[in-house]
Design a protein around this ligand. Structure first.
Ligand SMILES: [Zn+2]
Length: 69
């Protein structure tokens, strides 16, 4: 009797962070591929300054007000 092979689809995971500069109001995105699928911390460091790629303003990151986390 032939053994049935269960079909499979492959998938990958990519996280996309969306940023908005509070000074020039432009936005940009950053894609990240996690190194593990469980127990992954989605937060970005608050103490490390990031630069707006549009106006160059350096600022720390905070989660956007109203985002449901
Ligand atoms: Zn800016």
């Amino acid at each position: 009797m032939a053994k049935l092979v269960q079909p499979e689809h492959e998938y990958t995971v990519e996280l996309i962070y969306h940023f908005t500069c509070k000074y020039c109001l432009e936005w940009w995105s950053y894609a990240h591929q996690p190194s593990q699928l469980e127990n992954f911390d989605l937060r970005l460091p608050r103490e490390e300054p990031f630069w707006c790629p549009h106006c160059g303003t350096q600022a720390n990151l905070i989660v956007k007000e109203g985002f449901p986390v």
